[in-house]
Design a protein around this ligand. Structure first.
Ligand SMILES: [Zn+2]
Length: 158
């Protein structure tokens, strides 16, 4: 039994906030606005897993209104979401995500991002793909105002 899920997340980029993606702090003059640590990559993956097991989205499980998730470590949120899937007998087959960010260039940060994600999701590094693109100077991403991530996961019931 296979289940597929998609996730999408956007965060506004503002001065004076850290830019964290996949649990990795990326050096940048702007970071993500948001209630938790604003880790759009981890949020999109968590939403994809929730989608695959038909469990709503991150906002349902970790509401903005709840102070305990303020500045939360998103890898821990992802771990809790994955535990929910594991409880239903599912494990991750693979995950694929695309980050849309104008700057800085993420090439050197991709491998360090994959490692904590693979560890959190209890899979081999070869099962977690992270790609990065720019907005080509267009729209909110292209103007450097936002980071957007799309993710897809495949789960299998074992
Ligand atoms: Zn988010």
């Amino acid at each position: 039994m296979f289940r597929i899920g998609t996730g999408h997340d956007t965060h506004r980029l503002v001065a004076g906030r850290p830019l964290i993606l996949g649990g990795v702090l990326v050096e940048s003059d702007r970071g993500t606005d948001g209630h938790s640590d604003g880790d759009a990559l981890t949020h999109a993956l968590a939403d994809a897993i929730l989608g695959a097991v038909c469990e709503g989205d991150l906002g349902v499980h970790f509401p903005d209104s709840d102070a305990q998730w303020k500045n939360a470590d998103s890898l821990q949120l992802l771990a809790r979401v994955y535990w929910l899937a594991r409880e239903r007998g599912y494990h991750l087959v693979n995950a694929d995500a695309t980050i849309m960010l104008e700057r800085p260039k993420l090439r050197e940060h991709i491998e360090p991002m994959r490692e904590p994600l693979a560890t959190t999701l209890q899979v081999d590094l070869s099962c977690v793909s992270v790609k990065a693109k720019t907005g080509e100077g267009l729209d909110a991403v292209g103007r450097g105002e936002a980071v957007t991530v799309d993710a897809v996961v495949l789960l299998q019931q074992s």
